[in-house]
Design a protein around this ligand. Structure first.
Ligand SMILES: Cc1cc2nc3c(=O)[nH]c(=O)nc-3n(C[C@H](O)[C@H](O)[C@H](O)COP(=O)(O)OP(=O)(O)OC[C@H]3O[C@@H](n4cnc5c(N)ncnc54)[C@H](O)[C@@H]3O)c2cc1C
Length: 389
């Protein structure tokens, strides 16, 4: 949509937008839990993976501020929230889709919905695009088919296949910004419990990555923003991974021990497995006691120093063995994609097929959680839509 609107700014261009689903922007409607986190004011290359350096040109050419001005121009009012995240003031993703849909109603843009591109062939200096409706000819072609994440919302392999048929190649694809599957014994009994914590991804003694934020226990493992942020490293990380959860990252270990000693002192009759009440979610606190081997048959006053140390350790380093990540169906983004080296970063034109452009998630660029992926879609769509000019 962004590429089509940009291309149509030149009144000489006649633009056809072909969309396989019944309406444009279906995935957009589901973004940000239905609120659409449409950009992040901090979006710079350091928040991207895969071809992050490649993405820099597009991100500089069309910044988050440009995104805000662009959408403001379409009538969308936005609000900035924590961590630079930007949402429509209406808190409705359909506001974003609607302003784009109305903007597309221009005499030199034709929108064909329910129109799945089946194949593309080189035809002279241009392209022949085949779909059920017949063959379309174009001098220039922008492939903006997205990735295969969010398959229920229309994430498909089509873009990779179309670009492969024109000579392009891709990296391995992994689901990212998704839930992590772990041994289920503890998560299952904590299902629905949220906790603010610091999570480290480890292999043996080696800490591979660490993030802090909200975690949610699920039937199959863990979810939440902090887990989404680690999921790419988990998906690409191979075997033998563990998560270490620190539920009191704002205290050092000595302070946690002091807190537990104070509880023992001040509430001696408290069942030992309630010692975290007031500090953590009750179910989580009880689970940590179980993990540390402390049962409700004791009172707080009966806890020895070693047991307090075990409780403190459980709370600072609760381990979960990783068994994988959820699949593309529930992932928000695809890590990997069409190799960026095959495109010119300043224009997003193919180095292999002149006149061919690509943008968005189909390329090997994926961003962190927090509006970065849509910013990449806007920035790269803007650049590709200039059609090399
Ligand atoms: C549940 C969910 C929540 C998300 N939340 C956020 C968020 O809050 N903030 C954020 O920044 N990112 C979010 N993302 C990621 C973001 O939505 C995507 O990275 C972004 O939409 C990618 O844009 P795109 O234009 O490349 O692809 P898409 O938005 O997927 O658009 C590609 C379009 O091409 C169409 N298409 C595919 N093949 C063909 C074909 N053969 N012929 C015709 N049309 C075709 C598809 O139907 C689709 O409409 C979320 C993703 C999901 C799944």
């Amino acid at each position: 949509m962004m590429a089509a609107l940009t291309a149509a700014q030149d009144g000489e261009n006649r633009v056809t937008l072909m969309e396989r689903q019944a309406r444009v922007g279906r995935k957009l409607l589901a973004t940000g839990n239905g609120r659409c986190n449409l950009t992040n004011t901090e979006a710079g290359p350091e928040h991207y993976h895969g071809g992050a350096d490649f993405a820099e040109c597009a991100l500089r050419a069309f910044t988050p501020e440009d995104t805000l001005s662009f959408f403001e121009g379409l009538g969308l009012l936005c609000s900035r929230e924590y961590g630079g995240r930007v949402y429509p003031r209406s808190n409705q993703a359909n506001s974003v889709v609607d302003v784009l849909r109305f903007a597309l109603e221009r005499p030199n843009i034709r929108v064909l919905t329910g129109c799945a591109v089946e194949s593309v062939k080189r035809c002279g200096m241009g392209f022949a695009v085949d779909c059920a409706e017949g063959e379309f000819r174009a001098d220039k072609l922008v492939v903006a088919c997205g990735g295969c994440a969010g398959s229920k919302l229309g994430g498909v392999m089509d873009g990779y296949e179309i670009l492969a048929s024109l000579g392009h190649s891709r990296t391995a694809l992994y689901p990212a910004l998704t839930q992590v599957r772990t041994d289920t014994a503890y998560p299952r009994s904590l299902k629905g419990v949220r906790a603010s914590c610091c999570v480290s991804l480890r292999r043996g003694k080696k800490k591979l990555e660490q993030k802090t934020g909200e975690l949610l226990f699920t039937e199959t493992g863990v979810s939440g923003t902090v887990i989404f942020e680690l999921s790419r490293a988990v998906a690409c990380g191979g075997e033998g991974l563990e998560l270490s959860l620190d539920f009191m990252p704002y205290m050092d270990s000595e302070a946690v021990l002091r807190h537990l000693r104070a509880r023992r002192e001040n509430a001696p009759e408290l069942p030992a497995n309630q010692i975290f009440v007031g500090a953590l979610h009750n179910r989580l606190g009880q689970m940590l006691c179980k993990y540390a081997g402390v049962g409700g048959d004791l009172t707080a006053s009966q806890l020895g120093e070693t047991q307090l140390q075990n409780l403190a350790a459980a709370c600072r380093d609760f381990r979960l063995r990783v068994t994988g990540v959820s699949g593309f169906e529930s992932a928000q983004v695809t890590a990997g994609g069409i190799k960026t080296g095959e495109f010119v970063p300043e224009t997003l034109e193919s180095r292999l097929a002149p006149g061919l452009f690509a943008c968005g998630e189909v390329l090997d660029v994926d961003g962190d959680c927090g509006g970065y992926n849509l910013q990449w879609a806007w920035s790269s769509g803007r650049l590709a839509g200039r059609l090399g000019k």
